[in-house]
Design a protein around this ligand. Structure first.
Ligand code: ATP
Ligand code: MG
Length: 463
């Protein structure tokens, strides 16, 4: 079978083979070629020791940052290719990384250190495969299976737990039974994994096309770093809106949201405040008063735990905080002003996803209302309407030119004009607004200029 190997990777394999060494494509690129997907990077493994690899690429652009672990990066027409000497790993005493690595001469030994059978296949220049763990068969069956004992492999490196779930969520592969059981049994190993690494895998998991299936099956795993999620799995919601428990509702909303990190994180966390806000009235109906604002606070703490950046935290918490608001069409301008365009349109998507996770009979009307809000907002924007001070037809210099002294009064004047425009009391028209800035003609005779201490008339007497 002919595989589409990048010309750069081909040239590198050829250089190594010409130098008398074994060289193969390995890992994700081979897996992706076999899945019929274009690889996004090319990893190469070789029997050449690092110094021998260096010799093969003398005079070429080479980075030696990974030299200690046997990795040399060769730059070919701006693309980076990692070449790693066959290696085996020593014991993992910290569940993060091996205590040492040693170079070996057998490809099979190198493949044995890799995490899953689908990632432990090597491909030669001619497309021939070395597949000692039957990874090809697992790819064809859509199965993720550990190389060797799943318990031992997850104990060695906790990140593999998240990698397994991420691959399953992105590829739609199933987890082989023993591998799946070992993920549940060894989930506590995640406590020893760096937050940044969990963060990166979680984002890829959440934006995967099959994220919902994984969230449904593995809330216990996510509960290792975000225990706040766990009470949702037992949260009953006896309300006319809901026909699922807290976790099933959450998962459905994640599935219904577009595959965007901010939206998927928001849906995962949007009801995180509910378990703490539940009350049941005399008719047996559950209420969750105040859960969006409490949820926003909890979400912020959870995002901080996983070291999310400030902008992500700000957007997700704003959306969690607002996910329950009812926006009438007449207030769209005001909400566009309050949230800004980006967050406003994201909020509509959040509300749509939230609605799609609720009882179907009631969802149709709510979705139609959201469509109407979207249309109203788009029409206002197309008309060039004003939502912020930036869009107002007059600016600070106009206020100063109208005789208002520099200072807080300038901002107050502009805000009061914006308020009137947002309320529809005034059009966002420069002439009309300049008119408003003109001092109203005083019916009384002007105050006589009595000399004050600085030659000025005390203001209070004049007003
Ligand atoms: P992708 O690049 O699409 O995220 P990948 O499998 O290529 O997937 P990389 O991080 O690029 O992931 O790793 C390259 C290869 O290195 C993997 O295919 C696997 O063989 C091996 N590998 C990566 N991380 C681990 C790990 N934590 N434990 C064991 N082997 C690993
Ligand atoms: Mg890769």
């Amino acid at each position: 079978m002919e595989y589409c190997i990048s010309p750069g990777a081909r040239r590198i394999l050829q250089s190594l083979v010409r130098g008398g060494h074994e060289a193969y494509l390995v890992g994700g690129c081979v897996r992706d070629l076999l899945r019929g997907v274009a690889p996004h990077d090319w990893d190469i493994c070789t029997s050449a020791r690092p110094e021998e690899t260096q010799r093969c690429f003398r005079g070429r652009r080479v980075l030696e940052t990974g030299l200690k672990h046997g990795t040399i990066t060769v730059l070919e027409r701006g693309e980076a290719y990692e070449i790693t000497t066959y290696r085996a790993e020593g014991p993992y005493s910290d569940s993060r990384r091996p205590d040492y690595v040693r170079f070996v001469s057998s490809l099979e030994d190198d493949l044995a250190r890799r995490d899953f059978t689908m990632n432990a296949i090597a491909m030669g220049l001619d497309g021939s495969l070395r597949d000692p763990f039957d990874g090809v068969q697992d790819i064809q069956a859509g199965l993720i299976r550990c190389v060797g004992s799943p318990d031992r492999r997850f104990q060695e490196d906790g990140l593999r737990v998240m990698r397994a779930l991420r691959f399953a969520a992105v590829f739609g592969f199933a987890l082989e039974e023993k591998t799946a059981q070992a993920i549940h049994d060894n989930r506590a190993v995640l406590k020893r994994v760096a937050a940044e690494r969990i963060n990166a895998e979680l984002c890829r998991l959440l934006t995967g096309g099959h994220a919902g299936d994984i969230l449904r099956q593995y809330p216990d795993v996510l509960g290792q770093f975000w225990p706040e999620l766990l009470p949702l799995t037992t949260l009953e919601q006896n309300t006319p809106w809901h026909c699922w428990d807290g976790w099933e509702h959450t998962v459905r909303t994640v599935e219904a949201a577009p595959a965007d990190v901010i939206l998927r994180l928001t849906m995962l966390l949007h009801d995180i405040g509910k378990p703490l806000c539940r009350s049941t009235d005399e008719n047996g109906i559950d209420h969750f008063y105040g859960h969006p604002s409490l949820g926003a606070r909890l979400a912020d703490e959870m995002l901080q735990t996983l070291k999310f950046d400030h902008k992500t935290r700000e957007q997700v918490t704003a959306l969690v905080n607002c996910h329950g608001v009812q926006i009438p069409c007449r207030s769209v301008r005001r909400w566009l002003n309050r949230l800004g365009l980006e967050v406003f349109f994201r909020l509509l998507q959040v509300k749509r996803a939230d609605t799609m996770g609720q009882a179907r009979e009631l969802a149709r009307d709510r979705l139609a209302q959201l469509d109407q809000l979207q249309e109203t907002a788009e029409a206002l924007i197309a008309e060039g309407q004003c939502f912020t001070l930036k869009d107002l037809a007059v600016h600070g210099r106009d206020v100063l030119a109208a005789g208002i002294s520099p200072g807080p009064e300038v901002g107050r004047t502009l805000n009061s004009l914006l308020e009137k425009v947002l309320n529809g009391e005034l059009p966002n028209d420069r002439q009309v607004l300049l008119e408003q800035l003109r001092p109203a003609p005083s019916p009384a005779a002007p105050c006589p200029p009595l000399p004050g201490p600085c030659g000025e008339f005390p203001k209070s007497k004049c007003l």
